[in-house]
Design a protein around this ligand. Structure first.
Ligand SMILES: Cc1ncc(COP(=O)(O)O)c(C=O)c1O
Length: 392
């Protein structure tokens, strides 16, 4: 028998919360707009291999990843034959053959990738499923305007080995109204490219541009597909986006149509008393100002609980907030449980998520550490086990 031990912490994925979010997103998208589930960054820390089958069950059939190695994980864990995977970023020339063979869609944003995709597909006698990315003002990746015509014509000529699945772009910061005019200008460029493509191909091409923020605040820019990351996990791209949406829909203040999917949990490892005047942990970072009861929790910066939460972070025990006292160590934190009565070794500790009537939100975790939700989530190590709750 193989010996196995539990990890010091686990990440729970709430299937019902995800179903709620997907229902909401699909309702906003309407009947004619496809929602692609963005699962790059290890599904924003939720874990591609655990998250994808739950999302498929909740009705998703199109997933967007960043790179070929993420696409491989997605291909291995998808359950439905018809589920599509799209790579929005990195594919090495030597990975193209695998992508074409497995029907993986991929972005093409430069001539060399277009040429290689066409050549490899011709050799394999199988069509490459491509999305042409248009440079509209983000200035990251995408075909510049002077190359649009040449590119569209090349795709048309090579139609026997290239299948144009979409024309796309990405807005540079729709989560802030301060970027509004930049987005409007990007959209004008995108429409220009779409117009040219229609002229060359003789018909409209499937188009996509919006991620969560543009999707939730700019309904006239949904086109045929939207690529939704952060919102499906239950988070708003920014406070501004949330307020904009609630106000534009005349919803009650405080109402949130999204539910967090992820809860990160650990347990009490040991408990001890510390006398007034003693320092706790390394150095002189925390001085006990009175007699205290502290507990150790077996998570630290190696698990994604940042050192900058030293003396400032909170966790939940018995539904109550307990402050981190002293330095966040590599594998451990110490927390103050002096105000709690009945804590025992093995009791549940919530690091992110709900317990009782309280919640440690990623936003507060993020604000505490000056990080965005995106960064806190994607830094959660892949080695923490992901467990589905409500998958039944
Ligand atoms: C090209 C592209 N599309 C969609 C998304 C999803 O963004 P969000 O998580 O804000 O929905 C991203 C994420 O950064 C992206 O880079």
């Amino acid at each position: 028998m193989k010996t196995q031990f539990l990890q010091p912490s686990t990440i729970e994925l709430n299937a019902r919360a995800l179903q709620n979010n997907i229902r909401f997103l699909k309702r906003v998208a309407g009947e004619y707009v496809k929602v692609s589930s963005v699962i790059k960054g290890n599904a924003y820390g939720h874990g591609i291999s655990s998250f994808l089958p739950i999302a498929e069950k909740a009705g998703m059939d199109h997933f967007s990843v960043f790179s070929a190695n993420e696409a491989l994980i997605a291909i291995r864990h998808k359950r439905n034959r018809d589920t599509r995977i799209m790579i929005m970023g990195m594919v090495r020339d030597e990975e193209l053959e695998w992508a074409i063979e497995n029907g993986v869609e991929f972005y093409v944003f430069e001539e060399s990738r277009l040429q290689t995709a066409s050549r490899v597909a011709k050799k394999m006698d199988k069509k490459a499923l491509i999305h042409l990315q248009i440079e509209t003002g983000m200035n990251r990746t995408g075909f510049e305007e002077e190359n649009w015509e040449k590119t569209f014509k090349k795709v048309k000529t090579d139609q026997n080995c290239l299948s144009l699945e979409g024309i796309c772009t990405h807005y540079a910061g729709a989560e802030s109204a301060a970027n509004y005019f930049r987005i409007v200008n990007q959209d004008k460029q995108f429409q220009k490219a779409r117009g040219l493509a229609e002229k060359i191909f003789g018909e409209k091409q499937i188009s996509h541009a919006s991620s969560s923020a543009a999707f939730l605040t700019l309904p006239d820019k949904h086109y045929d597909m939207v690529r939704i990351g952060i919102a499906q996990y239950g988070f708003w791209p920014s406070r501004e986006t949330f307020i904009h949406y609630i106000k534009s829909e005349n919803l009650e203040e405080g109402y949130d149509p999204l539910q967090r999917v992820l809860t990160w949990k650990s347990e009490i490892m040991s408990i001890k008393k510390v006398k007034s005047g003693e320092f706790i942990g390394y150095g002189n970072v925390y001085l006990a100002g009175h007699n205290m009861t502290i507990a150790t929790v077996p998570i630290g910066y190696t698990h994604g609980f940042g050192r900058n939460l030293t003396n400032t972070g909170y966790v939940l025990v018995n539904g109550k907030r307990c402050g981190v006292v002293g330095l966040v160590n590599m594998n451990m934190i110490t927390i103050n449980i002096s105000h709690l009565g009945n804590v025992k070794k093995g009791d549940e500790v919530v690091l992110i998520g709900k317990q009782g009537n309280d919640e440690i939100t990623i936003a507060s975790f993020g604000e505490m550490t000056n990080n965005l939700n995106y960064e806190v989530l994607t830094r959660l190590p892949g080695s923490i086990p992901r467990i589905c709750v409500g998958c039944g």
